[in-house]
Each structure stands twice: as structure tokens, then as C-alpha cells.
Design a protein around this ligand. Sequence first.
Ligand code: ATP
Ligand code: MG
Length: 389
Amino acid sequence: MSEHAVVVHYHEIGLKGRNRGFFEKRLVDNLKAVVDDRVESMSGRLLVHTDGPPEGFVLDAIGRTFGIASYSPALMVSADIDVLKQTAVEMMTSREFRTFAIAARRATKDFPLTSRDINVELGAAVQAATGAEVDLDEPDVKLRVEVVGKRALVYADRFEGPGGLPVGVSGKVVSLLSGGIDSPVATYRILKRGAKAVLCHFHSAPFTDTSSERKAEELARIIATWQGPTTLYLIPLGDAQQQIVVSAPPELRVVLYRRLMVRIAARVARTESAKALVTGDSLGQVASQTLANIACVDDVAPLPVLRPLIGDDKQEIVRLAEKIGTYETSILPFEDCCSLFVPRSPATAASIESCNAGEAGLDVEALVQSCFERAVVSRIATEGLRRTA
Ligand code: ATP
Ligand code: MG
């Protein structure tokens, strides 16, 4: 009797010594959240049990779960050489190929045959049934067998997982999500390192239309397919921007908007118990992303500001945006709050002193509190989402 399952091999978490149990548990929980609890930990790998051949949404969900190195739809049978031979022949006769190899491994050593013996026996059986040749170096199909205790897993396809660490093992961050290309990619990069991201989008409605909010929601939905249920804060900045316009020099507006965003995001971080902020800045990409301006922003940040894209070229960022599925949404037109009331040539080298002077006439604390209080918070569930992805 054979059963269907997806064999999941993990990534670096296998290497993390003392933390391993913690990481593995988080990976199991993250997987359970999307594949209905049918996850079993089995001697250094995970099994996701399915009723028949795994459906597309199950494979898709597994393929978006950080911490996974590779995954393979498999048949699980009893660890018995005759059963293995029969299974190998059945699986291989349903495929077209010229050359093949068998690659057996024993996770537990109580099986009476060595891995080599299994390779030879199954190889001979498959050869007899199909007439195909064995090629150990570059086979068209490699049939893998993993013997684990009284069970064995047999599979021929292996898909690459997203790698990284399971979301949640690195704690929580607040990611500043604009409607652009970069910040969703920055968020993805930090999720990949095991952080859970709360998303924070600033908009200028009613001074602008609501296109940026709708965009942020759509991007949040895509990010949720990578990290699971996602919290999104939509924060109105327009009134505060108006006050900055009245009291500070025009060329400082962009950097002062940014300083305000970072302070409000830090307020969100306090509420959410997040330990760092994340932005999509890439050094020198635009006027607001010079070292001088980054220094002005970080000067008012009460917690670390992580910038995963700081050394990336736009092309690399675009490529990743396409891969993770945010690009098409990011390039839709929208009214960006940062371009509201902004002169043609914003300062590229603002100084901390000039920023402080520009803010002298403002009650910054009150502005932060007022924006924070008017935030609209939504929780984007992944229930049903990954199923339809
Ligand atoms: P992006 O493509 O992410 O919009 P960008 O190249 O347009 O980035 P900026 O507009 O200078 O660069 O923004 C730099 C970073 O500041 C963004 O990546 C984002 O993290 C943050 N940010 C900018 N605008 C907003 C906003 N309206 N809401 C939230 N965060 C923002
Ligand atoms: Mg932008």
C-alpha cells in the first residue's frame, strides 16, 4: 500500500545546532497553517501527507515557505525491497526517459540492505521493465529512495524551495511599504531571514486619491502569500505634511516626511513589539537616498532601520520583484505621498542640524500621535488565499 506525501528538506536550519528544535517547530507550525495540519516531522525531514497526488495549491504553499531547501511529491511505502522494486517500476514506467539512476539513502540503518544494494536491485528492475540505460552522472531521471525506519519514500521530482529561515524565528519588524518596486522586495528579503513583517503604508488622502492605499493592500496580499497572515497599517500623513510645508524650507520636505514616517513606524513597532524598521532604500538611487539623507532619517529612529537593498542595483531589485510576484502591482500608477508639495529639486545632502531647525516650529510628538491614532489597521488572512494562488 502506498500513500502520497510531499517530502520537505530544510535549509540552513539543519545546521543551527542548539536552535534546531526551535527552528524546526516554527517551520512545522508555518506549514501547518497552510496545509491543514497534516505535517509530520520525520528524522530530519518533514512530510506533508496528502490524500492523492498533491494539488497545485499545496505545492505552491510549500514553495513559498521560508526555511525549505527542496520539496518532492513522493510515494510512501513500507521499507521492503520487493515493495520498493514494484514502486520504482510503477513510477518509472509512467515516464518518458532514456537514462536513469537510482539514488537510495538510509536515514536509519536497520534496513537489511545497504544503499548500494538498493540502487543495484532497483536499477536492475527498472532496466528490465523499461529498457532504459543507467547513467549515474547525468541521468534524465533520478529516482530517489529514502529509507526511514519501517517506511520508505520514493520520488523522482525535486523542486527548489525558497531557502532562508522560517518566518518568525528572527522576531518581528515593521516594514515601510510604499507603492513602489523596492519596499516589497526589501520586505521579502527580510522575511527570508526569518523576520515576521508588520506593514506600514503612509498616504496623503484626501489630498491625493486612494490609489496608493489600494496598491498597498494588494502588495500586502502578495506578501501574505510569503509570510502568512499579515497586519497592514494605513496611516494618513497629509495633515502632518501640510504642517511641514508651512514651517520648513521646500528642499527639506522629502527628508522631513521620511523622518516623520520613521517616528510613526517606530510608534507602530512599540505597539506590535517589533524590534527594527525596514525600508527599501538603495544607496544613491534617488535624491532621498544619499548617505547624508539616510543619516538625517536614522538620527530620529529609536530602533535600527534595516535596509536590505542598500547595495542592490535597480535591475536586481526588479528581477526579484518579478520573481516574488509584486512587480506588476508595483508599476501601476498611483499618487505617492512623497511627491505631495515637493519641489523639483529636493536636498540631496540635508544636514541633521537643518532638519532639526526645520522641525523647530512643529510639535513632532503630537503629529506622530495624531497620525498613529488615525491609522486604519487590517489583518490580511491567508486562509483561502494560498489555495487559489
Ligand atoms: P520604493 O520603490 O519602495 O517606493 P523608492 O525607490 O521609490 O522606493 P523612496 O520613495 O525614496 O524610494 O522611498 C524609500 C523608502 O522609504 C521606501 O522603500 C519605503 O521603505 C519608504 N517609503 C517611502 N514612501 C513611503 C510610503 N508612502 N509609505 C511607507 N513607506 C514609504
Ligand atoms: Mg517610492
